[in-house]
Write a protein that binds this ligand. Sequence first.
Ligand code: HAM
Length: 427
Amino acid sequence: MSEPSQFQAPVGTHDVLAPESAQWEGLVATFAHYAHLYGFSLVITPVFEDVGVFHRGIGEQSDVARKEMYVFKDRGERLYALRPEGTAPVVRAFVQHQPTTPFKAWYFTPAFRYERPQAGRYRQHHQLGVEVLGTGDPAVDVEVITLAQRFYEALGLTRFRLLINSMGHLECRGAYVELLRSHLEAHAEELCDEHQKTWRTNPLRVLDCKNAACVAVTAKGPMLIDHLCEDCRTHFSAVREGLSRLGVANELNPRLVRGFDYYTRTTFEFVSDALEGAQNAIGGGGRYDGLVEQLGGKPTSGIGFGSGVERLLIAREAEGITTPLLARQLDVFVVDTTHEDVATLLLDRLRAAGLASDRAYDQRSMKAQMKVADKSGARLALLVGPQELAAGEVTIRDLRSADFGQTQQRVSQEDVVSTIVQLLRMK
Ligand code: HAM
């Protein structure tokens, strides 16, 4: 164990401090706004769940469940997992509380996966997402995907693409998986090392493999999109047409299978062309029409998506977008050298008037306090020294201008708040 003074955030995790944290605030606020525009309400569920929620939800054989989940026993010997994703917990809550449908929920949550950390891939990342339960209407697929698209546009992103596929429903996919398995069996020795071992238990994953050998084998094999049943095909066409009608460009990608077992029918991913290949997904999701039943509820359709906060911020940076998502700026900094604590009273009045205000502490010298004021980024300083105190006044100084003679004025304590409001309005 390291010395306490050497403690650092765990490998693959990050602290987020100002000013970066303002970007996070802005991102979450923008998402909350869009979620509200589309009729979603916030849902909050525990960050850990019975491990069964995920084993049954995302599939015990999925890579995430087998290799990446943080599983632990609590002191009461219950087996829990830190959530590796946000969908299964929302569905568990839906089954538990049986809200009226359609149930439209949005969330902002940390997610935990024991991955090999690299740029854009973390052991704790954060997702913004939505889920809709209780309707299989293709109109809702269109709505959910369009929400993601409009949200990304609002962030200023332009270099991203929507990839879309259909996983079919359980029956047509089951029949296809058998076809794929026969094809893989005939070419098993040509696959990459990992898939030579796993193609039989998880054949769909081979479609997603980036290894050239696997790509060559699957390119010659059957694709699910060509083996959908009539209903699934019609549903998929309705989704794609609906998107096109709204001007949401979408590319069919028959290899898009996604990592969790719960997906059925529409699946999609938004990829950023400004990001590195392996970490270029800024969001992904799809339908999961069997998941509610899987978690003990009545048959209920569902669809949603999740988007990585870190990836979205990296994508903005990679696109060279510099407009802040939220400008967090102090209006006023109070410099008080009276030793009477006039600052406390002034600040209370400023804040009551809605002005973001701060001060220096510890009764330091005027020079030291002015240094802090300059660093604070505030637009105005309020100076109260013994002279001002005696006259019942304060000095207002513009911190953005070097010419203090021009930009400094004395006003009575009584008028200070209204004068500041006026000055800020003029700037
Ligand atoms: P996912 O594709 O595994 O889907 O994750 C969603 C998004 O989270 C990804 O597109 C990516 O932006 C981000 N992400 C995933 N893993 C990491 C990581 N290790 N580090 C940084 N960012 C990451 C889901 O989790 C599904 N629950 C989405 C969904 C909702 N499907 C239906 N409803």
